[in-house]
Structures are given as C-alpha cells and as structure tokens.
Design a protein around this ligand. Structure first.
Ligand code: BJ8
Length: 419
C-alpha cells in the first residue's frame, strides 16, 4: 500500500493513524478468510478488491474526479444509486464496521449509541477512511434517531444532503418519497452539473438491476444443501457490492456463480445446520457473527439484512417514457424494503417466514447491533412469528469489539446443538 501514500496525503488523511488500520486489516482478513478451505476460485477477485480497498478503488475514484466526475457517499439502502449513476457520479457505501473508528466516534457522540453510527462518525473525524475523504457530498436519511442527528455533526466536515424517509407505507408516504427522490435528483444535478434524463436514468436502473440479479443468483445458489459457498464469502461479496464498480462487480459475480453452478452438481450434504441471520447490517469489516457460526458445524445460508436480501430483492421497473414514471418505479421498489424503521413492518416477518422455507432453515440468529432500538424492539414480533412456525431462534446483541466473542460462541454452540 506504500505507493498510495501520496494519494492519501492529498486526501488530507491522518497517515500515521491510517497506517495502524492498514496494519491490522490484512491480518484480520487472513485469519478469518484465508484460513477457509476449498474456497471457489472466483473469490480471488473479491480477495483482490479487499486487498486494494484503500488503494486501487480510491485511485479509480480520484481518476474519475480528475475528469470532472463526482463521488457521493451513502449510508442506507434506501438511497437510489440509479440517480447517482444517471448523473455520471459514483456512489460509495460509507457504513463502517470496524471497532477501530468507535473511539473517535465516541469523542463526538454518546457511548450508548449504535456502533455503526459511532464508527462512521469516527471514520470521518479521524480522517482515516479514504472513501469519506473522496466524497464530494454524503447522503443521509431519516431512518433511526441516531443517524438522523449524526448528519448534523457530519455536516461540519463534509456537505450533507438528507433524504426524509417516511416511516409508514400509506399512499401519502409514497407521494412524499417521490418528492424526496425529485429533490435528490435536483441536488445531484446541481452537484454534478449533469442532467438526469429519461435515458440516463433508465441506464442507471439497468446497471443496478443487473447487479441485483447477480446477487439474487448467488443467494439462489445458497438455497442448495450444502451451500456451494460459505456465508463468510457471501458476506464479503455483499459488502464489496457497496463500493466496487457496479458493472465490473456484476460481471465477476456472475463468473463466480458459473463456478458455483458446477460445485452444486458435485456437492454432498455435510450435516451442517442451515442458519439464517436476520437483523441489522454488517458493514465491512464486521465478520464477527459469521465467523463464530461457521467455526461450528453450521453454515449461514441467508442474511435478511441490508448487507443481504434487503439490498437486492425486487428490481426497479424499467418501463416508462418520462422522468415522473421512472421516479414512480423507483419509489415502488425502494418502499418495498422492509426496514425496522417502518411501522408496522409486517413485510419483514413475511420475508423471514418465506426465507425459512426457501432456504430450508434449521435455526435463525437474530443479530442486533447494541443500542439499535428499532431492531431490538421488533425482535418481539419476529420471535412470535417464528415460534408459531416452530423455528428456533436465538437473540444476539453485540457491537464491533471482540470482548464478547467467547461468550457468543458458547451460546451459539448450545443453540446449534439444540436445533
Ligand atoms: S434500511 S437497517 S441501512 S436504516 S444505524 S437502524 S443498525 S441504530 S443501519 Fe439501516 Fe437503512 Fe434500515 Fe438498512 Fe439500527 Fe444502527 Fe440506526 Fe441502522
């Protein structure tokens, strides 16, 4: 990574602190990922992307900016990437999944707050995330209270545009969300100097739909027993989906799926328990729960999370001759995402019950980031529904630290023996 120091310096990064992060990540990746046996060849691309996550990809963003392009950072799967692509800008996910940033976040935020929020604020204020440093603007959204207030702090450091996400799904909420998408288009046009046209928006929709289709293909392959790919590898792919070039990502993922098609033909059941994870997102490099579960005789075969099915389920309808029609299509697809910030949120229960059948699930791990109230309160509804369906579930509330890993492993081990 030494070659990139000049680039990082120009991005106004704290190089000394960033060195510490760069020193820790390869070791962590090696111990979690490279110790897995019999990984598909196609994972080499995703290993490479991770190894260059602060290098080559950032250089691509900088090259794009040198040619007059813009980079926008996002934190939530409700922000329509299609619009960003239509204005010839690049979208990067900024949700942070490392304990490394929490301490700096806590200098500006209460300690008893979701680690995801503390980590992304910490990543920005410490100047150690080159994605954040490359952003011309970040797009927040009014999902949970913690995020909503964090935008005010971030706006001291970087231009912020906040999308007002409705928290119910009535007709008036659809109209409101369409208005928000229109305001977002105005903002993106102003920033980039590029007009979002019917043609460019259709192209953006097409790129995003193809990416969703490739991810869906990967998840469909995981429905097979045994899954031809580990949950850990799948999670890495989903995390990389937020930052990689979307066309290249889709192409590489489809290549990997071709290889997995072959593996499926040769796979023999290994007697591992099939686990669904449901709950809060797992931003890179949060691999904690997957690595605990898969160190036991179990495989994670689906994640009902935003770094899982909520990211790619449902495509945007590409039909329409006006921007208005395409905005309606965008609103329809995005308001179909079942995040716990909505009330009621019965759609999430339906999704979970459907996945239990489709993925032949033996047990569900409810994964809740500490202090995420929406998901922890919604546990009650999910538990009730799964109890009625006769599916065992365990509730794991945790953060990014490793202090509780041993305790979680003991609990998950007992759970897996019981199911
Ligand atoms: S659509 S899950 S990405 S809001 S930040 S709500 S974990 S307390 S991330 Fe999310 Fe969009 Fe919903 Fe998905 Fe809880 Fe933390 Fe808030 Fe979070």
């Amino acid at each position: 990574m030494a070659d990139y120091r000049e680039m990082w310096g120009k991005l106004d990064m704290d190089l000394e602190k960033h060195d510490k992060l760069c020193a820790a990540l390869p070791e962590m990746f090696g111990s979690v990922y490279l110790t897995q046996e019999n990984r598909p060849e196609g994972m080499n691309y995703f290993n490479f992307v991770f190894s260059e996550v602060h290098g080559l990809r950032i250089k691509e963003l900088e090259d794009h900016k040198k040619q007059g392009g813009k980079v926008l950072g996002t934190f939530c799967v409700f922000v329509p990437d299609e619009v960003i692509l239509a204005a010839n800008a690049i979208s990067v996910g900024l949700c942070a999944g490392s304990q490394f940033w929490v301490e700096d976040g806590e200098k500006h935020l209460p300690r008893n707050l979701c680690p995801l929020i503390k980590a992304f604020v910490g990543a920005k204020v410490s100047g150690t995330c080159p994605y954040f440093q490359s952003c011309d603007m970040v797009i927040g959204e009014t999902t949970c209270d913690g995020k909503k207030k964090a935008w005010e702090i971030l706006s001291d450091y970087v231009p912020v545009h906040v999308m007002d996400l409705p928290q119910m799904k009535r007709n008036k909420d659809y109209s409101m969300w369409m208005e928000e998408i229109k305001l977002f288009i105005d903002e993106v046009e102003k920033l980039t100097g590029n007009k979002v046209t019917v043609e460019s928006l259709k192209e953006g929709i097409d790129v995003c739909n193809k990416k969703r289709r490739a991810l869906k293909r990967l998840y469909d392959l995981r429905k097979v027993t045994p899954s031809p790919i580990t949950g850990l590898d799948s999670l890495l792919i989903s995390q990389i989906a937020f930052n990689d070039d979307p066309k290249r990502f889709t192409e590489e993922l489809n290549k990997l799926c071709d290889e997995l098609d072959e593996r499926v033909k040769q796979g023999k059941p290994e007697g591992k328990k099939r686990i669904m994870i449901t709950g809060t997102p797992m931003a890179i490099p949060n691999w904690k729960l997957h690595s605990i579960i898969e160190s036991l005789p179990a495989e994670v075969v689906v994640e009902e999370t935003c770094t899982g099915t909520r990211y790619f389920e449902n495509e945007v309808n590409q039909k329409g001759d006006t921007i208005e029609e395409l905005i309606t299509n965008l609103a329809d697809r995005y308001l179909n995402i079942n995040c716990a910030c909505f009330t009621p949120n019965e759609g999430r229960i339906d999704d979970i019950l459907r996945y239990v059948k489709e993925y032949n699930i033996d047990g569900v791990v409810y994964s809740n980031l500490s202090f995420c109230h929406t998901y922890s309160v919604e546990y009650n509804r999910v538990e009730k529904a799964l109890k009625e369906a006769g599916i065992p579930m365990i509730n794991i509330e945790t953060d990014y630290s490793t202090e509780d890993s041993g305790q979680i492993k003991t609990r998950v081990e007992a759970f897996i023996e019981m199911i």
